[in-house]
Design a binder for this molecule. Structure first.
Ligand code: ADP
Length: 489
């Protein structure tokens, strides 16, 4: 608002200066014109009278009569005969001591002298009645009317100037408020809001002047800030997720190393226990109590052995042989392998994949292991049976940042069940080594950790979605490869 007031005051000051100047000039011009007009009128009267006096000069009475008549009919005007040479006490002595009257000549008929003095206009018109040229008519007109008119004009001019100044002030203030006073605080508030992080705010100004252009530029700026912010947040999230994944991979590696060391340590005494159990079985065939105990020891030792093998498998990190692998055949093979296991759990397996061959660049045995593990988990997640869909399809997707992060061709393989689903809190932990919700003897918690490591080795990754009580979908992506001439089928 301060800017509007300053602008209004500046415009008003300029208008006042112009108006006062104009009024002054007009006033003086008017004054000059009025005086010139009076002189002109008086001179015409004077000349006419001079002509009449000159004609009747010889008849002094007539000449005096003429003067008396004109003085009677023109109340503002007084005409006298004057002589320049007259003594101060003479009746023809001029009111003004004007030596210039002496310069009147016969041939200069339009010659006159006009002087303003003491509220009167004096006009001297020479009379061509004596050779010395010292006789003249003195016309004296009051300036009172002129003064009244001048005063009225001055008041009118001043009133007009004040009115115009007030109107200009009002107009300048109104326009200034609309174009500057209101939009500038709105722009300031808008800039403050953007600064405070409200980047989705926009300003709407209808004016098309520089302030309107500024508002549009600020809107564009807000949009760019919002985009940059979204991009920054996305990048930060991607970084956090990458760090999480790296940490997870690192944890897997540490756990794997620890577990394999432990497995080696346990392996030797376990072999001794198993050997001794077998020895007892052979040496005491007739003692049922020894037989029973030795059998249990042997069974449990074998179970621990199996577990150790799994742990060693998980920890083993030799580079896997990859090649073009036909995915549909891989699914069919897994289906054959697991149909009887699924049937026992009242589950059915169904493959959904395109007829055309799909080739992935992976280690066939490792991916079969992942698939087998997912199908077994799906069967176990449906205690009352249900349908398991095994699907495959080609997709163009962006992998996680630690796998390059740039879009590419991949094959998605998904195992979808109608099982118990996974609690969101547990969903974050299912890939952790030894995380299991299954009863002792049923789960080791290593299946998904191994599957995770295998996928990383094959440049793939998991995407798991699950709804508690409705089922889960375990999808993984592996790099697609163009159809080869001969493949590892
Ligand atoms: P395990 O099967 O030996 O428990 P996994 O690593 O294969 O080990 O699985 C870890 C856990 O993930 C399981 O104990 C289970 O809680 C959960 N899980 C895996 N697959 C499914 C599934 N299809 N439905 C529900 N939960 C599952």
């Amino acid at each position: 608002m301060r800017l509007t007031i300053k602008l209004t005051l500046a415009i008003t000051a300029a208008i006042v200066v112009v108006m006062v100047g104009l009024a002054g000039v007009a006033y003086h011009l008017l004054d000059d014109v009025m005086i010139a007009d009076m002189v002109q009128d008086d001179w015409l009267i004077g000349r006419a009278m001079a002509a009449a006096e000159e004609q009747n000069w010889e008849d002094a009475t007539k000449a005096q009569q003429l003067l008396a008549e004109i003085n009677q009919h023109a109340p503002n005007l007084e005409v006298r005969l004057v002589n320049l040479r007259a003594k101060p006490n003479d009746s023809t002595f001029p009111t003004l001591a004007l030596g210039d009257l002496a310069t009147f000549h016969d041939d200069e008929t339009s010659r006159h002298l006009a002087v303003q003095q003491g509220g009167y206009l004096y006009l001297y018109v020479p009379l061509h009645v004596d050779p010395t040229g010292t006789t003249a008519l003195e016309l004296r007109e009051s300036l009172a009317d002129r003064d009244v008119y001048r005063h009225t004009t001055l008041l009118t001019l001043a009133g007009t100037a004040v009115l115009m100044t007030l109107l200009s002030m009002l107009a300048a203030f109104g326009v200034g408020t609309r174009l500057i006073g209101r939009p500038i605080p709105a722009l300031v508030n808008f800039a403050a809001a953007i600064g405070a992080g409200e980047t989705d705010r926009r300003i709407v100004l209808r004016q098309r002047d520089e302030i309107g252009v500024l508002a549009n530029a600020m809107n564009t700026m807000a949009e760019q800030i919002a985009n940059a912010k979204t991009q920054l947040v996305a990048e930060a999230m991607a970084r956090v997720s990458m760090v999480e994944q790296l940490r997870h991979a690192d944890r897997l590696k540490t756990v794997g190393t620890l577990a394999s060391g432990l497995a080696h340590e346990i392996g030797t005494p376990l072999n001794v226990i198993g050997g001794r159990a077998k020895w007892l079985l052979n040496d005491f065939p007739d003692d049922p109590r020894v037989q029973e105990s030795a059998r249990i020891i042997d069974e449990q030792a074998s179970r621990i052995n199996r577990l150790i093998r799994q742990v060693l498998d998980f920890a083993r990190r030799h580079p896997s042989e990859k090649g073009p692998t036909e995915v549909r055949q891989l699914l069919t093979q897994a289906e054959h392998l697991l149909t009887s296991f699924a049937t026992k759990g009242s589950a059915t397996l169904k493959i959904i994949a395109p007829d055309a061959p799909l080739f992935a660049w992976v280690n066939r045995d490792q991916i079969t292991q992942v698939l087998t593990n997912l199908i077994m988990n799906a069967v176990q997640a449906m205690p009352h049976g249900g349908r398991i869909q095994i699907g495959a399809r080609p997709l163009r997707v962006t992998p996680p940042l630690d796998l390059g992060g740039s879009i590419g061709d991949y094959i998605e393989i998904a195992v979808e069940d109608e099982g118990v689903g996974i609690d969101p809190l547990q969903l974050q932990r299912i890939f952790e080594p030894f995380f299991t919700t299954k009863d002792v003897g049923l789960g080791t918690g290593l299946g998904l950790s191994i599957a995770y490591s295998i996928l990383r080795e094959n440049d793939g990754w998991f995407v798991v979605t699950s709804v508690l009580g409705q089922g889960s979908r375990f999808a993984f992506f592996v790099p697609a490869t163009p159809t080869p001439r001969s493949s590892h089928l």
